[in-house]
Design a protein around this ligand. Structure first.
Ligand code: 3BY
Ligand code: FES
Ligand code: FE
Length: 417
């Protein structure tokens, strides 16, 4: 039996509008398939340029056994390399993030430049070529400051994502932002359940009292009306707000029609009005940072939200950006890394309070983490049956189908190779 044959059978049990078969969510084999096959076939969101602000700043992006160093070079380019020495393979960087003018392996001190080239290797035989022993690169794309990596020698297309996300987030100028707060939350759930949880707001009314006050539920499941579409749902305050805001956004040059996973692409971009007069995504709706970012001179009461398959989502407000990357660490363990970015000149304690800026999504993450964990545990019982998504959970279905299609295609390529 060839490797992952049982996974192939499970993938073929995918049904439109229904959740996945149990073992795709909970089994060790599915975890191995996801981290060794499926996730290596797609682009993954790793972090932002603000996480590697200066030359020599680095962070590690890790998926199961794979550890990748994302590092800013002296030429300000951000690059990615496998965290494995070209001498005898030792892990070079041990810390999750840091700063170093060179990358030195702790074992025998082979030393690499920030561009991955080997600079120092003591006592090698005559004729040894340093040029042939640079760090192994990983494909990296910088999309308006969001860094995506792909652990595949032939990465899938990214140009449309680059254009659609890049042109809308450019105004926030992430190169001039810094990380104010970062949370690493380990959730007791399979990564696909954490993703599905993010793709719906069916649970928000009961589950996120803080969030719902700031965001409403608008735009997450239902989609935005097209430009010019006037059939407002009676009493739908949010629809009315959206129509009212459209002209204001147009005058600021930040209006764009909803982009929702066009064709085979893997991104969704939506500008959404905040609810109840909130100026930003904070617990009380008050500004989380006095120094505004992007084109904003005055507080602007919307957020630009970006979602990518299969592992990220982001909200751009007038005063800060919050960005989420998700990576599997075990069949029932997932790392959710949440980072809050502010203007690089903002001063902690003066312009922003870390507790205030992080409060809303920290509370929401905790609530979501609970939902994902009970979802995982319930699926692990024998009573689990593939269940139907509600209308406003259609983006869960999109994620799930993306997973199945890319999983099948990657398996097929493995078979042929
Ligand atoms: O905002 C998000 O990214 C998702 C969708 C709705 C609430 N939530 C956690
Ligand atoms: Fe890195 Fe020897 S394994 S220097
Ligand atoms: Fe939620």
């Amino acid at each position: 039996m060839s490797r992952f044959e049982s996974i192939s059978a499970l993938l073929s049990q995918n049904r439109p509008g229904l959740t996945l078969p149990r073992d795709l969510y909970v089994s060790q084999e599915a975890f191995e398939f996801d981290t060794q096959v499926m996730l290596k076939s797609v682009w993954l969101y790793a972090g932002t340029v603000a996480h590697v602000k200066k030359p020599g700043d680095f962070f590690l992006f890790e998926v199961a056994n794979n550890s990748i160093i994302v590092v800013r070079g002296k030429d300000m380019q951000v690059r990615a390399f496998y965290n494995s020495c070209r001498h005898r393979g030792a892990r070079i960087c041990q810390n999750n993030s840091g700063h170093s003018s060179r990358l030195t392996c702790p074992y025998h001190q082979w030393t690499y430049g920030l561009d991955g080239s080997l600079i120092v290797a003591r006592g090698m035989v005559a004729g040894f070529s340093k040029a042939d022993h640079g760090l192994v690169p990983v494909a990296l794309e910088n999309i308006g400051g969001l860094l995506f990596i792909c652990m595949n020698d032939n990465p899938p297309p990214i140009d449309r994502v680059k254009k659609d996300i890049g042109e809308q987030i450019a105004v926030y100028d992430l190169e001039r932002c810094k990380v104010a707060v970062q949370d690493n939350l380990i959730e007791d759930a399979n990564w696909k359940l954490v993703m599905e949880n993010n793709r719906e707001c069916y649970h928000c009314g009961a589950g996120h009292p803080e969030l719902i006050k700031i965001l409403g539920t608008y735009g997450f499941g239902k989609g935005l009306p097209e430009d010019g579409e006037e059939d407002l749902v009676e009493d739908d305050v949010f629809d009315a707000m959206l129509h009212a805001k459209r002209d204001e956004w147009k005058s600021l040059g930040i209006y764009h029609d909803l982009i929702e996973f066009p064709g085979d692409w893997w991104h969704r971009v939506a500008r959404l009005p905040l609810a109840n007069g909130a100026l930003t995504q904070s617990v009380d709706g008050k500004l989380a940072c006095k120094k505004l970012i992007g084109p904003f001179k005055e507080p602007e009461t919307s957020s630009l939200s970006v979602w990518t398959e299969p592992n990220s989502w982001h909200h751009f407000c007038c005063d800060h950006v919050v960005t989420f990357s998700l990576t599997p660490i075990g069949p029932d363990k997932t790392l959710l890394r949440t980072s809050w970015l502010v203007h690089e000149d903002a001063v902690e304690g003066v312009d922003y309070d870390p507790e205030h800026i992080a409060g809303l999504w920290r509370a929401t993450n905790k609530q979501d983490s609970y939902f994902s964990s009970i979802n995982h545990r319930g699926i692990a019982t024998d009573g689990y049956r593939q269940g139907p998504y509600a209308v406003e959970e259609k983006l869960c279905g999109h994620f799930k189908d993306f997973y199945v299609e890319h999983g099948k295609a990657a398996l097929e390529r493995m078979r042929v190779a």
